[in-house]
Design a protein around this ligand. Sequence first.
Ligand code: KE4
Length: 437
Amino acid sequence: MNQPSLDLSRSEEIFAAARELIPGGVNSPVRAYKSVGGTPPHLVRGEGPLVWDEDGNEYVDLVGSYGPLILGHGNDEVRAALHEAVDTGTTFGAPTRGELEMARLITERVASCEVVRLVNSGTEATMSAARLARAATGREKILKFEGCYHGHGDSFLVAAGSGALTLGAPDSPGVTASTASNSLVAVYNDLDSVKRVFDEHASSIAAVFVEPVAGNMGTIPPDAGFLEGLRAHCDVSGALLVYDEVMTGFRVAKGGFQDLHPVRCDIITMGKVIGGGLPVGAYGGRRDLMMQVAPAGPMYQAGTLSGNPLAVAAGRKTLEILAREGVYEQLELVGRGLATGLMEVAHRHGRTISVGRVGSMMCPYFAPVMPRDLSDVTATDREEWTRFFHGMLRRGVLMPPSPYEAFFLSVRHDEAVIARVLEAADATFTEMVHPGH
Ligand code: KE4
């Protein structure tokens, strides 16, 4: 059986040097390939669904920069908008008309987002949303879910601690016990665990933060009734419901997840897609809440490069393109094609995988039954997944280097590209089932 090898010598050289000057050699941990082993290909160029590394290897890109590149790499119209913006000014530290246009695009499309503030990352968006919820309610605690990730703000770097009521425990050195004590943790898709937390803490919960589709333990959609249950608990207790749509915003539908589901949040956080490949985050929501944000109100939040002309130009153009006829139908088609294709290929080789998917974000699980929460995901076959990852990498398919990360397809992942991925999967499963052939 051909076990293609991959020459990563230049990437190895750069990675070795970078590890001396950058923690782990990377500017974001997942990129270091710690959970899969080996050297991360250091990329030099992207075009549509493809990327190339320092050694000239070509890959079909299923990472998509973890979400932003819904139009693929190097979209011509976004590139042109950036060139135009660069020629007139990269940042002013003053208001610009473009920011008003961006706010119009977002508030017109996203249900429950009447007013919006741009920031520079998803983390800034969720940190600001947490501060706003605490300011608006006068309460201190935040409830989040195991396996959901809301950026690296202290309030969110907590795991389910010990104790019957899953009190938060620091998930990272540097997060203090007192901070973690204001973070409560429940189990995704488990309303009994949510009820236990509210029974004990209802009057001190400022907000419930939830990824309406859990995209940081693969891709796990909400069970029927789960979000309705969260909404009900918030309505009864006076807590606010925050949808963290940094990943799903404008990814799963033109107006984000709320186009697909009747439950409305009070505050929404966004990022990734709205930056069109540049650093942008946003938080928004009900007018009475957002008008508490400085300088309209007393809750302070600021940012030197928030709403800068480059990021706004790329974001506006991206959102304009996403509003065109047929874009989300195309994304649904390619997403469905890859998901069903992967399950068919696995089945042909006597393997059973489940694929969690919403539109063009998805995750294959080496498990016969679709996971519903973090403990299900941790029970999936990690070793099989890692063998699959490396087999695909050697065959020119770049998957995200963790079974907890979702694949992100773009409008450029057409049928021919999907067929190429499935061909690599077929050869990889053959190799896995008949090692050494
Ligand atoms: P950023 O600060 O990375 O822009 O966004 C944080 C964030 C907030 N909320 C959700 C639902 C997110 O998925 C993220 C960031 N997602 C990860 C991917 N799992 C970013 C990749 C990385 O950390 O390098």
